[in-house]
Design a protein around this ligand. Structure first.
Ligand SMILES: C[S@@+](CC[C@H](N)C(=O)[O-])C[C@H]1O[C@@H](n2cnc3c(N)ncnc32)[C@H](O)[C@@H]1O
Length: 187
């Protein structure tokens, strides 16, 4: 049932993406990595972390909010927050949460490097930034980790977290011959 629902949501997303004004995005938001791709490995993410009422999960660059929508249903006591720079994607993510009456989802439009995310303790990032900006994100997450233990779940961007001595790699899942999903915990 869920996979049928996801397929139907994916079709709706395709329609919004088709109408996207790519040139206009750069004018509106500056030079960012606007490429959209949805995480299709939702169970790999959520089968490998435990979430409860004290946790706040962030999707940094949440696109259309599918990762949040899935998690919020599976873990109704956890707060799910998404940051997304593109307005149309935010609006869709908000609508998706409303449709299923998911009160534990909040979407914020803005630049993930500028937003205050210090209330979070689990951070998911899927290919949202150009390489040179990961240093800034790592710095931001490290500051949060100086106050509490955090978990980082990363695909593609893993290499930026690998060399950080304040993080311990918990596990790795091969997603394709060229990409994997890694979960790190701060010390
Ligand atoms: C590859 S998509 C991933 C979407 C979602 N996290 C998922 O896994 O299904 C990356 C998203 O990050 C957004 N993005 C890129 N740079 C951003 C920034 N600086 N702040 C917020 N969102 C950003 C893009 O617009 C895009 O929707």
């Amino acid at each position: 049932m869920k996979s049928e629902q996801i397929k139907s949501i994916a079709k709706e997303i395709e329609n919004v993406e088709r109408q996207m004004d790519w040139g206009g995005m750069t004018i509106a938001y500056g030079l960012k990595k606007f490429t959209y791709g949805s995480s299709s490995f939702l169970d790999t993410i959520y089968n490998n972390i435990s979430l409860n009422e004290n946790d706040t999960f962030y999707d940094l660059g949440c696109g259309y909010g599918l990762v949040l929508w899935y998690g919020a249903q599976r873990f109704p006591n956890t707060q799910f927050k998404g940051i997304e720079i593109v307005r149309e994607r935010c609006e869709f993510a908000e609508e998706l949460a409303k449709r299923d009456n998911l009160k534990n989802i909040n979407i914020f439009q803005g630049d993930l490097l500028q937003q205050d995310i210090s209330d979070g303790n689990i951070f998911y990032i899927y290919n949202s930034l150009y390489s040179d900006l990961y240093t800034e994100l790592v710095k931001k997450l490290k500051a949060i980790a100086s106050q509490k233990v955090i978990t980082i779940i990363a695909e593609s961007s893993s290499k930026f977290f690998d060399k950080e001595s304040w993080l311990i790699e918990q596990c790795e899942f091969e997603l394709s011959p060229i990409s994997s999903l890694k979960i790190y915990k701060s010390k």
